[in-house]
Design a protein around this ligand. Structure first.
Ligand code: BJW
Length: 259
């Protein structure tokens, strides 16, 4: 990797207090969670419209739940990888470090990240279709498909944002507020095509933040990124982390300026 660019980014990070991170499926790929798009992505095997829309659920809730039950079984034993862990460690380096994730796998929290905005929901939560109560559900495999609300008997649905559904307004507002207040935004492992999340990096740039993208391949956002590091998040983040900590030590500091 280009040493000069890393040195420049390290200098910027060493002076930053507010950092926001937008993550997508790519950050969990090295933990063994399949991504959506791309050659091994879930949408190659399954059609989004038949599984990840409210219409699909109305048509065939059992089919949709079978797919989620399979994914829950796949994600349950999975551990966070070095990429997730570096981001959790950065909470102690920056005054404000927020992770805005499109992922539903809960791996940022499992790695120890505390300030996480889950834009698309969480696969370990279910919602009653009658009164919209959200509860945690970690049983895998599910004992009954489709599962029913223990209180009222109505169908439960995954607490996940499907295509055509609005994101939780307060979470989206928080994501934009964090984006517009940050000095540096990392955009990691997302194809940057699904709205409204895909608008966040542009909003960060417009608000004056430096935007750093890490991805195996360029995305529609790449031409607008201040830094683009091609490669695996689980390798690039630990490398940036080492360089940042070395530079802080060399400067006689163990945390960025502003602490
Ligand atoms: C690595 C790596 C490694 C791999 N290291 N990198 C036309 C224009 C604009 C918008 C629309 C439009 N038509 C329809 C829309 C709206 C639609 C949308 O954006 N569609 C686009 C696809 C065009 N959006 C919506 O419907 C949203 N809602 C909405 O707009 O509501 C409006 C509304 C308002 C008011 C009332 C009512 C409605 C909702 C979007 C919900 C998205 N949900 C999903 C699926 C949930 C199912 C589930 O998980 O069970 O969320 S879609 C799927 O995509 C999932 C993801 O969170 C999301 C983003 O994907 P992500 O994370 O970017 O993954 P991939 O696979 O795409 O990319 C992985 C990347 O990682 C790749 O780039 C790899 O290279 C990289 N990578 N390994 C680094 N090791």
């Amino acid at each position: 990797m280009d040493d000069k660019r890393i040195a420049l980014l390290t200098e910027i990070l060493a002076g930053a207090r507010r950092v926001a991170v937008l993550t997508g499926a790519g950050i969990s790929a090295e933990s063994g969670v399949p991504t959506f798009r791309g050659k091994d992505g879930l949408w190659k095997q399954y059609r989004a419209e038949t599984l990840a829309t409210p219409e699909a659920f109305e048509r065939d809730p059992a089919l949709v739940w079978e797919w989620y039950d399979w994914r829950r079984g796949l994600i349950a034993p999975v551990e966070p990888n070095p990429g997730h862990r570096v981001l959790a460690g950065w909470q102690d380096l920056f005054e404000d470090l927020a992770v805005i994730t499109q992922n539903v796998d809960g791996l940022h929290e499992k790695a120890g990240s505390r300030n996480v905005v889950e834009l698309h929901g969480n696969i370990w939560k279910v919602r009653c279709t009658r009164d919209h109560t959200v509860s945690e559900s970690r049983l895998t495999p599910l004992p009954e498909i489709p599962p029913r609300c223990p209180d009222c008997g109505a169908l439960l649905r995954p607490h996940i944002v499907w295509f055509g559904e609005a994101l939780d307004a307060s979470l989206l507002e928080r994501a934009f507020a964090l984006t517009e207040a940050c000095q540096v935004m990392f955009v990691i492992g997302t194809s940057a095509v699904v709205q409204p999340a895909a608008s966040l990096p542009y909003a960060a740039g417009r608000a004056g933040a430096k935007v750093v993208e890490i991805n195996l391949e360029p995305t529609p956002f790449t031409p607008r990124a201040d830094f683009f590091f091609p490669g695996k998040a689980g390798e690039i983040l630990p490398l940036l982390d080492r360089r940042l900590r070395d530079s802080l030590r060399a400067g006689g500091r163990d945390a960025p300026q502003g602490h």
